[in-house]
Design a protein around this ligand. Sequence first.
Ligand code: ATP
Length: 206
Amino acid sequence: MKHLPHKTIERLSQYRRALLICAAKGKTHIFSHEIAKIQHITPVQVRRDIMLIGYTGTLRKGYNIQELIDLIGDIIDTKEGLNVAVVGIGNLGRAMINYFNGKRTKLSIVAGFDSNPDKIDRIYSGVKGYHIDRLAEIIKEENISIAIITVPAGAAPEIADKLVNAGIKGILNYTPKPVQVPSHIYLEEYDMITSLEKVAFFVKTH
Ligand code: ATP
């Protein structure tokens, strides 16, 4: 399934979240047009994504929600789960730790890193804060494969380099500063300010 388009992976994750909510409400089956409505996309897109993972529903009942949740899990999750680190234990980093832990079972934030001595050797929602100088050591020790960058924008490129050198496999850059990483590292950049400004633009022009 390595050949699945990135956008499909992203949507599968979103479908699963929607499906889990439906399952919790006691719903057992769902049609592609229902998923499409929740996700604000077309039923064709939903059917195409789900076909790509080799699943088909029935004409009469649609998709079996639990089967689809399990199948998406088989594709997206790893059996033993993945460990995540947050670099920059400021307001955003702490919010990420707080929000994330307890929500997802297959991804767990296991360490925080910061350069400010006041942030070190403290526990944030169950996650220990380490000095940034210990990045490589702890990443290895705790088998961390993903890092979330929440330092101030100016420090992001330097942190990305350190993470790459420490052997990280995936990075979610939460700062507005784009970073460069070698092609074998999966990089996702999410700039909250740009996203919000995009929303503001459409609000203004409507
Ligand atoms: P707080 O008020 O708790 O410091 P903040 O959200 O105002 O939080 P920011 O200035 O956004 O903090 O910085 C985020 C975090 O990144 C801080 O905890 C800061 O100490 C840390 N930080 C800044 N530069 C680096 C760096 N080069 N390496 C590691 N951590 C860093």
